[in-house]
Design a protein around this ligand. Structure first.
Ligand SMILES: Nc1ncnc2c1ncn2[C@@H]1O[C@H](COP(=O)(O)OP(=O)(O)OP(=O)(O)O)[C@@H](O)[C@H]1O
Ligand SMILES: [Mg+2]
Length: 217
């Protein structure tokens, strides 16, 4: 299966993609007692996910594929979970559109802030991500839009922001995951270095939530 990690602008995607990929590989679950095979796809011109895989000595491949032909060119064996780090959908909608044609799950990454909320829900001059997901339906093999969830990241405990933006996003029709990724120095410094123990923290909890909800096969 293929998981598309999206946001209109900078939203924590690369950090979350790298840590989620490791957690998917390492987390031993009911359905995957040995963990899962994973493969990364860097669909951002920054190539930061790919670069992290080199510098961080990842134990799985990350392909460079920042192209509007993603849906034609990606290669993913049946038993492997593909994790795609998309670029800014507001600047490169053509690439995100292509990924959405073949994604089995979309994860929208956002901080619980007005800045992120506005760019997702009420962009002045762009197509909303919700509309991009909806319009993908007609170009998909099954004619249905892929399931999509919101992952709140850079959350701070005991503040109102997470609860407020969870409520706001749900009111907009989004499905917000229970798991959130807290703001932390360790996560802020993760890109560029080897990833150790990703399954032990919130990314392991994220894998369990996705599996228990039938969103991770
Ligand atoms: N959980 C976290 N806690 C604290 N800082 C974080 C966390 N996750 C990401 N960051 C920081 O937020 C910034 C943006 O993260 P990241 O580069 O992963 O976003 P992105 O969506 O990939 O951005 P872009 O689309 O521009 O490549 C980085 O400085 C990163 O270190
Ligand atoms: Mg990035």
């Amino acid at each position: 299966m293929l998981i598309a990690n999206v946001s209109p602008r900078t939203g924590g995607k690369t950090t979350d993609s790298g840590l989620l990929a490791h957690a998917v590989k390492e987390t031993k679950t009911k359905k995957a007692p040995q963990g899962r095979k994973v493969k990364g796809f860097d669909a951002d011109h920054s190539q930061q996910f790919w670069q992290w895989a080199q510098n961080g000595d990842f134990s799985f491949p990350v392909d460079k594929l920042a192209t509007a032909r993603f849906h034609k060119e990606y290669v993913l064996p049946e038993d492997v979970v593909g994790i795609v780090d998309c670029g800014h959908s507001e600047n490169h909608p053509d690439i995100t559109d292509s990924v959405l044609r073949v994604a089995d799950l979309v994860i929208l990454h956002m901080a619980p802030t007005a800045g992120d909320f506005e760019r997702i829900v009420e962009p002045v001059d762009k197509t909303t991500l919700a509309d991009m997901i909806k319009r993908s339906a007609s170009l998909r093999a099954d004619g249905q839009a892929p399931p999509a969830v919101v992952l709140l990241n850079r959350t701070v405990p005991n503040t109102k922001s997470s609860k407020n933006y969870r409520t706001e996003m749900e009111a907009e029709g989004w499905d917000v995951l229970s798991t959130t990724i807290p703001r932390s120095e360790a996560f802020a410094q993760a890109v560029g270095f080897p990833v150790i123990g990703a399954s032990k923290g919130p990314f392991g909890a994220l894998v369990l939530e996705l599996e228990s909800r039938g969103l991770l096969t």
